[in-house]
Design a protein around this ligand. Structure first.
Ligand code: 13P
Ligand code: SF4
Length: 348
């Protein structure tokens, strides 16, 4: 396993603030060629030195970067090895053979990677990158819900702490919530903690859905049905794609709803002339360059937690091998089981 103390002389000698030297420009020229539709020539001199260092550190540390679809363009296109939604990142984390995983996303994603591949060193560039859904509920809250609704299965969104996952029967993501709920064969299910995801799943299943009223995504709850009406008025041909963390009325007025990867796939496969993604802004930035035939209308909110992850703190965590994710051993086995049960469903 790679240890911080093993930092080599070459790494130690690197500048804290790398510069855009002619050598960096030459080394990074093939990368720029690959991403020039996503990153402009004006931005490149600022970004390239950081990208150069990250790519060198990844080799030196034997590390891979797993990046969520909400990462900024520089991270998404230039340094990540795997990009995807929460489900894909959990699945892919299991297959990583490298010594180190850098989780470019929020804290629950890094914890999930560590749970699913515990022998690896998992680093999070900024441990303060949280999630309003994960913070809305504690293990005590789940224990209280289980006492209130004895025998009702508990499905937990992956956007939760390990302690909360450990209290639940099975996890779900936005990509498979309906399938997970239906798989339980129960009349009633507790789907926590996102009240809006619960409402959207409830509309697609005959199972009665109970939820946790306090849970909301602070980014998606800001979208309103009036905003969708306005978009349709101004852009009559627009296709509207919404994430299921949005309020029910927003999803109802949209043309399609799905996980971040499902939204991206919709654009790639259906090639709408004009599209608006009712989700975090970075998504449109990331997929616009891969879909030149589609015009992206920007109507977006930024996730302050996802935005905490930058090229600089990715470089720093790899350079100093810091911000390693650890899991409370008390919660580890039951939390892993709840995620594994969700992943096994796909195989069944
Ligand atoms: P996805 O699993 O759809 O990528 O969503 C994760 C998330 O945090 C959305 O806000
Ligand atoms: Fe959490 Fe919402 Fe940010 Fe996703 S967008 S990480 S659900 S706060």
């Amino acid at each position: 396993m790679v240890q911080a103390q093993e930092t080599t002389a070459s790494v130690q000698n690197w500048l804290e603030e790398p510069e855009f030297t002619p050598e960096v420009e030459a080394r990074m020229a093939p990368v720029f060629e690959r991403v020039r539709d996503a990153i402009s020539a004006e931005e490149w001199p600022v970004l390239a030195p950081w990208i150069d260092e990250i790519l060198r550190l990844k080799k030196e540390r034997n590390a891979v970067i797993l990046a969520h679809n909400y990462m900024t363009r520089d991270i998404y296109h230039c340094v990540s090895d795997i990009v995807g939604d929460s489900l894909a990142l959990a699945q892919k984390a299991m297959d990583v053979e490298a010594d180190v995983i850098v989780s470019a996303g929020v804290h629950f994603m890094a914890e999930t990677a560590k749970l699913m591949n515990p022998s690896k060193t998992v680093l999070i560039p900024d441990p303060e990158a949280g999630c309003s859904l994960a913070e809305s509920i504690t293990g005590d809250d789940v224990r209280m819900l289980k006492r209130t609704y004895p025998g009702v299965p508990v499905v937990t969104y992956v956007n939760t702490s390990v302690e909360v996952k450990a209290e639940t029967d099975v996890c779900c993501t936005s990509a498979n919530a309906v399938e997970v709920v239906n798989s339980l064969g129960a009349d009633r299910v507790l789907l926590i903690p996102d009240r809006y995801l619960a409402a959207n799943v409830g509309a697609e299943t005959d199972v009665e859905i109970l939820t946790w009223e306090q849970g909301r995504c602070e980014v998606h709850e800001r979208f309103t049905p009036e905003q969708i009406d306005r978009l349709r008025k101004v852009y009559p041909n627009v296709t509207i794609l919404a994430h299921p963390e949005c309020p029910r009325e927003v999803v109802e007025k949209s043309d399609f709803s799905g996980s971040t990867t499902a939204l991206a796939n919709y654009v790639t496969e259906k090639k709408p002339e004009e599209v608006v993604l009712i989700t975090e802004c970075s998504m449109s930035d990331n997929i616009a360059s891969q879909n030149p035939a589609t015009r992206f209308i920007r109507s977006c909110n930024l996730c302050p937690h996802m935005q905490k992850i930058t090229l600089m703190n990715i470089r720093d965590c790899l350079l100093h091998m810091r911000n390693e994710v650890t899991i409370n051993p008390e919660h580890e086995a039951p939390a892993r089981q709840a995620i594994q049960k969700m992943l096994d469903l796909k195989k069944a």
